[in-house]
Ligand binder design. Structure first.
Ligand code: SAH
Ligand code: SF4
Ligand code: F3S
Length: 494
């Protein structure tokens, strides 16, 4: 596989954020809260996978800070090394195993240093992790982070510590995440956890458990707090944000909650979006991920109603062929997906649409692959995360179907998907040349420190000369040229 494709594969994040791709595997640091007594111990945390995992690491940092630990960006200095892992594809797990090998040396040099594995791979492998990777001391699943201080203590006394219990209630609602290596302008807010869909290829329902929504009041409070600290964009995160549903009434659970009406105090995703949009008119609101089966018109109308709800929808298609979609258990077909795209184009005409695509799912024929390409032609995605199918143990697909598309065919199909996407991205960017966009400035461009970058409402990255402008402010930019990945422009003075 070419380096480029490999990068594309590793760059997956639930919320596509171009500038965040470099965060894969990044060490995160934060200031220590002043009101907590330090225990003199330092932790280092590295995150992989989707934005939910990065957001979870911020919850973990908060829990550890409260227990007296300081964060460090140098694992060499750490008493505790944590890796927040992803299990979505085989190569995601491989990368983590390699990384663990690196930490072997640290453990040898530093007596008493502990290594903990968190997140989805921890949940998938449970105790097996300890047998497979002898250097690991702690294994904690995504719903067990409150137990971490206890697990660390246990491991410190020489026992191996494991907690992989999944919960039906845990949302870490009142834990205020410690923003790690943040740009101070854009932040993620987890609005729900888990997933109740059973897409045949996907390991997430097994690693993150049942779907549950976080109390909207704590979400709005977090957004307000971020705004007061100077943040100007929040992204609401969930595996399927359209099924967000919260009620204070503890008797409203399961089917009852689904059937309850809004006037009975139930807040759905459209309602939540509105509440967050009302925090401040200059706080941008994004969200990810939308599921084609659940994305209703009321969500789209809410997007259209509020200028600060960004005009951008990430709507993973996975395949353009109805037979494959059925085997994938996506619960929609090609026609339904097209009808959702039509709804977006009708209700939010200026919205950009992005997607996730899997090439070479079990039994996919050449013609069925062509349906994916023609779907891409029809939608013209501004951004896409494209993957080769990777069989995951325990999933419906692993149990029921044969992973029978040869590796080289999967890769060739992926290459065709990537090539078409690139043409579309360039075409769409060219259409933006000559247009003026409001851009939220996020920072100094990595390529040229005389330039700033930010994004427009459609989530496109725009680079422009710095002048005396500051990150965290809005500016109008005229697009003068582009590549397939970036718009290039000049500032328009009003
Ligand atoms: N909840 C989101 C996606 C979460 S996983 C949704 O339903 O859209 C992110 C993406 O990883 C998926 O959209 C899919 O394209 C890809 N993916 C998941 N499992 C995979 C597998 N076994 N092989 C290859 N890609 C996979
Ligand atoms: Fe996985 Fe499907 Fe849930 Fe997305 S909706 S996390 S792909 S099971
Ligand atoms: Fe995210 Fe990977 Fe888990 S994509 S939900 S960290 S398996």
């Amino acid at each position: 596989m070419s380096e480029e494709l490999y990068n594309n594969e590793v760059a997956f994040e639930l919320q596509p954020k171009v500038i965040d791709e470099s965060r894969q595997g990044e060490a995160l640091a934060s200031a220590h809260p002043k009101n907590v007594k330090s225990n003199g111990k330092k932790f280092y945390i590295e995150s992989y996978g989707c934005q939910m995992n990065f957001a979870d690491s911020e919850v973990v940092a908060s829990i550890l800070n409260s227990a007296g630990f300081h964060a460090t960006t140098e694992f060499i200095d750490a008493d505790l090394i944590l890796i927040n892992t992803c299990a979505i594809r085989e190569n995601a797990e491989q990368r983590i195993r390699h990384r663990l090998q690196h930490f072997r040396g640290v453990k040898k040099r530093k007596k008493g240093a502990l290594i903990g594995v968190l997140g989805c791979m921890a949940e998938r492998l449970k105790e097996q992790f300890l047998e497979q990777e002898k250097i690991v001391d702690i294994v904690a699943g995504p719903d067990a982070y409150r137990a971490l201080p206890g697990l660390i203590e246990e491991a410190g006394s020489g026992q191996k510590a494991v907690n992989v219990l999944l919960s039906r209630e845990e949302t870490y609602a009142e834990i205020s995440p410690v923003r790690l290596n943040s740009n101070g302008i854009t932040a993620f807010i987890s609005i729900m956890r888990g997933c109740d869909n059973m897409c045949a290829f996907c390991v997430v329902p097994f690693t993150r458990g049942r779907e549950r929504s976080r109390d909207w009041k704590s979400i709005v409070a977090e957004a307000k707090d971020l705004y007061e600290q100077g943040y100007r964009e929040v992204t609401l995160l969930g595996q399927n944000v359209d099924s967000y549903r919260y009620s204070d009434d503890p008797t409203l659970i399961g089917k009852k909650l689904l059937e309850a009406k809004y006037h009975e105090g139930v807040v759905n995703f459209a309602g939540l979006m509105e509440k967050v949009a009302l925090v401040a008119p200059d706080l941008r609101v994004r969200f990810s991920t939308s599921h084609p089966k659940d994305m209703t018109d009321d969500v789209l109308h809410m997007m259209a109603r509020y200028p600060n709800i960004c005009k951008y929808v990430h709507l993973p298609v996975q395949s353009g062929n109805s037979r494959i979609l059925e085997m994938m258990n996506r619960t929609y077909d090609r026609q339904w997906y097209i009808q959702r795209i039509e709804a977006i184009k009708r209700i939010v005409p200026d919205a950009a649409i992005s997607t996730d695509i899997i090439s070479g799912f079990c039994s996919e024929t050449e013609e069925e692959h062509q349906d994916t390409l023609s779907m891409m032609e029809y939608v013209k995605y501004s951004m896409a995360y494209m993957f080769v199918y990777s069989e995951r143990p325990g999933t419906v697909a692993a149990k029921k179907y044969k992973d029978d598309v040869p590796e080289e065919v999967k890769k060739r199909r992926l290459q065709e998907i990537v090539d078409i996407h690139r043409i579309h991205a360039l075409e769409l960017n060219k259409e933006d040349v000559g247009k003026i966009f409001e851009v939220l400035i996020e920072g100094v461009s990595a390529r040229n420190n005389m330039e700033l970058y930010g994004r427009n409402t459609q989530n496109k990255v725009i680079v422009f000369p710095k002048g005396d402008l500051k990150p965290g402010t809005y500016v109008n930019v005229l697009v003068t040229s582009c590549t397939s990945g970036t718009l290039i422009g000049t500032v328009v003075k009003d």
